[in-house]
Ligand binder design. Structure first.
Ligand code: U8P
Length: 304
């Protein structure tokens, strides 16, 4: 094989066989494809993110997303495989490893009876480690949510979708977004809602929401997290920041261990400098996991 084919970061469109749609968003979609240069179905399955053909800005943003993912090397972040140019380099697709179990939302809904507290804490600690790694590179994810966590196996989850990820400038502690698009305000820290200010500490706030999603098995009825379609209407965001300021917070999910709820509350400190960092969160999760190992509190659910 020629060196280019060896490290396989360039995928030829003619060998990329479409199988099914895996996910869809405002600007892009992710398809399951088989990269089958030999044409005998022995090729590997890959996840291919394509842009909806529209305004130029998304192409620039997409190029940044590809560049971001291509330099991230962490067990808890979805792997970059390469790019596929088509229409004579006019359009480009992002090729990533295919994770068979899909998003954490679907997984927790589907396997709620076999995912216990220890497994949830393992997933939380992996997300924490992935975020710690991102922070060492000065990246803020800005869209940390269970819908953007993918399940690689029954004991491994990975952070995905770096479409909103930004690098914090070297001389600052935060990133200010100029044109907030459609924002998932229920995952946003107060300062992100009211000042479009994003930092590692606003990612910590979102991590607290993800913890809540995990321990509610992503069951939307327990504390509805979606208002409309995450549209950031001025009234909704003003209302949300006001109730957050008066200390309203999501209630503990049913059967959520008190120590885990206390972690969530730490992540939801109104003042960002009072929130823990990801390494402290990781340590606290390890301690709770150890405690769960020594005296498990789960009542083994009777499989009906
Ligand atoms: C932002 C708009 S977006 O459109 O760009 N987009 C949505 C996004 C959200 C995030 N993250 N997304 C990523 C993937 C994805 N899925 C997978 N595997 C699977 C495997 C199975 C299933 C599935 O449904 O199985 C059932 C059980 C039959 C229902 C779904 C996905 N492997 C991947 N590797 C890299 C990405 C990626 C899907 N959606 C990113």
């Amino acid at each position: 094989l020629s060196p280019a084919q060896d490290d396989q970061t360039l995928f030829e469109e003619r060998h990329l066989r479409y199988i099914s749609l895996l996910g869809k968003g405002n600007f892009g979609s992710v398809e399951l494809c088989r990269y089958d240069p030999l044409g005998d179905n022995t090729g590997e399955l890959v996840a291919v993110k394509k842009l909806q053909p529209n305004k130029q800005s998304t192409l620039d943003d997409f190029q940044k997303e590809v560049n971001t993912l291509s330099i991230l090397h962490c067990d808890y972040i979805v792997k970059y495989r390469g790019v596929c140019y088509s229409m004579g380099r006019l359009s480009m697709s992002l090729v990533m490893e295919y994770l068979p179990h899909g998003s954490l939302i679907g997984y927790l809904e589907k396997y709620r009876h076999s995912v216990n507290t220890r497994r949830m804490l393992l997933f939380a600690s992996q997300i924490c480690k992935g975020m710690e790694y991102l922070q060492t590179l000065r990246y803020v994810h800005r869209d940390l949510a269970a819908r953007n966590i993918l399940v690689a196996s029954d004991s491994l989850v990975k952070i995905a979708d770096f479409g909103l990820t930004k690098i914090i400038p070297i001389d600052k502690e935060y990133y200010r977004v100029t044109q907030p698009g459609e924002s998932p305000i229920f995952w946003y820290a107060p300062e992100s809602i009211s000042e479009s200010r994003f930092s590692h500490k606003s990612d910590v706030w979102s991590f607290g929401i993800v913890l809540h999603e995990i321990f509610s098995y992503c069951d939307m009825n327990s504390n509805p997290k979606r208002i409309g379609h995450n549209v950031q209407g001025p009234s909704i965001s003003v209302h949300l920041t006001n109730i957050l300021k008066s200390n309203w917070r999501l209630l503990p999910p049913p059967h959520c261990p008190p120590k885990v709820y206390s972690l969530m509350k730490q992540c939801w400190a109104y003042n960002f400098d009072e929130r823990p960092c990801f390494s402290s969160l990781g340590n606290q999760i390890e301690v709770i996991m150890q405690d769960e190992r020594e005296n498990p509190k789960d009542i083994p659910c009777i499989l009906n």
